[in-house]
Design a protein around this ligand. Structure first.
Ligand SMILES: Nc1ncnc2c1ncn2[C@@H]1O[C@H](COP(=O)(O)OP(=O)(O)OP(=O)(O)O)[C@@H](O)[C@H]1O
Length: 199
């Protein structure tokens, strides 16, 4: 097992694609990985056409770009995945993944189901982690407990969770499914997967 406080690169350096329903605890889990293995991982910063929210910084939270620039990048095949939500575009650029990989870190992508499908069709070789809730009731409780969503947004996320969970049943889509019930147990499963020796 890798020591918990020094840089410790996994044997398998491919990007990690982490997906799962909103509120399941993806962010909580990969932040633990970043905290316990400093200077080892880099979260992929997405591009978006939406305006920054107060406190958000360009190139940290997102690469904020105008619609024309985003569409130009699509035309030049610059994205590994992109999607449109509520009139705004979001995507992960190939350059972002390459730049972060060049820094010698393992790139972590936090993306939703449509993005996962697109990356699987791309030339990017990645590892796929699905985080599942112990139950729909627990997922709902987490979304409410986080206190970041309106009632309408909670409902939308729960509806989408049904699709995400259905897709995740497709054989071979993910390399591992982690049920995030007890947080430390789920974290251990993630860390063991990330650090397992090359096959
Ligand atoms: N194992 C767990 N048990 C109980 N609560 C948890 C657990 N894991 C995470 N949570 C809590 O659930 C809430 C949602 O977690 P988090 O924000 O990490 O989800 P997410 O999957 O990253 O969501 P989104 O896709 O919307 O960003 C947070 O309040 C977090 O503290």
């Amino acid at each position: 097992m890798a020591p918990s406080s020094s840089p410790s690169l996994p044997a398998d350096r491919r990007p990690l694609v982490i997906s799962g329903p909103s509120g399941v605890g993806k962010g909580t889990l990969y932040k633990m990985l970043f905290d316990r293995h400093p200077e080892t991982f880099a979260l992929s910063v997405s591009h978006t056409t939406r305006a920054p929210r107060p406190g958000e910084a360009d190139a940290v939270d997102y690469h904020f770009v105008p619609m024309a620039a985003f569409e130009d990048l699509i035309a030049r095949d610059g994205f590994v995945e992109h999607a449109k939500f509520g009139g705004n575009r979001y995507g992960t650029s190939k350059m972002t993944i390459e730049e972060q990989g060049r820094k010698g870190r393992v790139v972590v992508l936090d993306i939703e189901m449509e993005g996962v499908k697109q990356i699987k069709q791309s030339t990017i070789s990645a590892r796929y982690v699905f985080v599942a809730p112990p139950s729909t009731a627990a997922l709902e409780a987490r979304l409410r407990g986080r206190g970041t969503e309106t009632e309408a947004s909670i409902q939308k996320r729960l509806d989408q969770a049904v699709n995400e969970l259905e897709y995740a049943k497709t054989p071979g889509v993910h390399d591992i499914t982690i049920v995030n019930d007890d947080l430390e147990t789920a974290y251990k499963a993630l860390e063991d997967f990330v650090y397992k020796p090359l096959e």
